[in-house]
Design a protein. Sequence first.
Length: 168
Amino acid sequence: MSRTKTSVCLETEEFYISNMLEHDLLEVVEIEEAARLSRWGFDAYHAELMQGRGALMLVARCRQREEASASIMSVGGFIAARLNVDELHINNVAVRDPYRRRGMGGALLHAVLAKGARLGARTALLEVRATNYPAQALYEKYGFRVTGRRRNYYAEPLEDALVMSAVL
């Protein structure tokens, strides 16, 4: 199994980025629901993961030390993207509340952009809620710029999406 690995210390926790596995899907869906993303759900993530070719699905795994001799691994965040010819479309990115604004989302984004570029992507594209300013700031930090707007793209609540793209 190939693994992109990025290690970052978060006080008493560490996380690293690796390929999403089938056994991660329950946690991924839990994170998706908590983040109030447009719902994909278990079946969609599972189908994308099983399709394999072109799917770039990564998780940030957390190690929380409970005792000196034992640790528990859990998924702190994920990113789901798809490579279509030379364009990387980032579909979903979400991080659990305790890890937000602490580098995990940026590490996931960096890892998927690097992996996409290695596989031949020349550009990356994503949609983000027009009012999701923290996510927009993160994407801008990684070279994304607003290139369009999709009216009433999101439901619950109804909202426009900004289309952002970056050259890789």
